[in-house]
Write a protein that binds this ligand. Structure first.
Ligand code: FES
Length: 76
């Protein structure tokens, strides 16, 4: 399913990036450009990223970066 219409990024693309070791939403955006145009897909993309295991585990947003916690805060 296409998540980001602007850059034609699918849930498969996000899963592929997670499997390749992408460990933050910012890194996912660098690799796929998801959410970097109109931004309407950001929330859905963050949810997909977290559901697919991206970013490790933050108690607030499952590592999707929405809570604004830094990597140091997440590992503390
Ligand atoms: S739909 Fe993803 S940036 Fe526009």
């Amino acid at each position: 399913m296409i998540i980001c219409v602007c850059h034609r990024v699918s849930d498969r693309d996000i899963n592929r990036a997670v499997q390749a070791g992408c460990d933050s939403f910012a890194e996912l955006q660098q690799h796929t450009r998801v959410g970097t145009a109109c931004g309407r897909c950001i929330e859905h993309a963050q949810d997909s990223f977290a559901e697919l295991g991206g970013g490790g585990g933050c108690g607030h947003c499952a590592g999707a970066g929405r809570c604004g916690a830094s990597p140091a805060q997440l590992s503390a």
